[in-house]
Write a protein that binds this ligand. Structure first.
Ligand code: SAM
Length: 267
């Protein structure tokens, strides 16, 4: 996951091919569906179900990556799906994989969000990339009607220290938030939390499995992506595994429902 946020932006096809073997091996059979994260297919579908995604629900998936979670949800629930990601190469892969699904993908940096209203906004495994969560939440609220749902995962913890920032590859995409602060920000944006499930241990196990499988396939990955990239991937996965194991960072899956009209208008 982290590392993926920035490292893959311009060359996702190469990453997708080079990391495939390690990713497939890291998950139990049926649980890898192209996600670039620590969520299993089971967790993705469960969160979507708790956000009341069903046939015909309109879903906006922010930071959709190569479309793994989004296409799983669209196929399983028959929703109307719109994925957005800043990486053109990620969106190319997602589009190629979506031939049998009614969906739309766009290349865009968020915020702002695409115009229009959606029943559900998803943000899976990428909340940490947004330093200004208040601004992000205002935009998400403006994209939902009253009763609309925002379903996301979040990395909870105090901000990185200078030392941690120096050690974590691509740390410019790692903005942790204490849970109490996030809850205040959600409330201020008009949301009421309807689901908050801790998934730290599950994600730690996947992070460790990914680390082990990346190491096992290190020779091939290094030949394809370069020794420096392999080193960054190993370092970031090792650090995430450690942080999740020790409680330095906790992970939560959250559904928040918009229960008050957006507090302030968007610029
Ligand atoms: C860790 S991946 C997660 C992808 C997907 N949600 C999943 O769970 O498989 C993060 C994705 O967020 C995208 N991203 C990061 N910051 C973004 C931004 N501000 N606007 C749009 N996409 C962004 C990256 O290009 C990358 O595809």
């Amino acid at each position: 996951m982290t590392g993926v946020v920035a490292l893959n932006r311009d060359a996702r096809e190469a990453y997708d091919r080079a990391l495939h073997k390690a990713r497939v091996s890291a998950y139990l059979p049926g649980e890898f569906v192209g996600q670039e994260s620590f969520m299993r297919a089971t967790d993705i579908l469960r969160l979507a179900g708790r956000a009341r995604i069903g046939p015909g629900t309109s879903v906006l998936d922010l930071c959709c990556g190569v479309g793994g979670p989004g296409l799983l949800i669209a196929r399983h629930y028959g929703c109307r799906y719109h994925g957005v990601d800043a990486s053109a190469s990620a969106v190319r892969i997602a589009q190629a994989r979506a031939r049998d699904v009614q969906c739309r993908f766009d290349v865009a940096e968020v915020p702002p969000l695409p115009g229009g209203r959606y029943d559900v906004v998803l943000l899976l495994e990428t909340m940490l990339a947004f330093p200004d969560k208040r601004d992000l939440l205002r935009h998400v609220a403006a994209a939902l009607p009253l009763g609309g749902r925002f379903a996301f995962t979040v990395e909870e913890g105090s901000p990185l220290t200078d030392r941690e920032r120096a050690s974590m590859p691509e740390s410019g995409t790692v903005w942790l938030t204490p849970l109490a602060e996030l809850q205040c920000l959600l409330k201020a944006a008009g949301f009421s939390v309807t689901l908050q499930v801790e998934c730290t241990h599950l994600h730690q196990a996947i992070a460790q499995r990914l680390y082990d499988e990346l190491r096992a396939d290190a020779g091939d990955i290094s030949r394809t992506l370069g020794a420096g990239t392999l080193d960054s991937l190993l370092t970031s996965h090792r650090m995430w595994s450690d942080w999740l194991r020790t409680g330095r960072v906790r992970k939560f899956a959250v559904v928040a429902e918009l229960t008050e009209p957006a507090a302030s208008s968007l610029p």
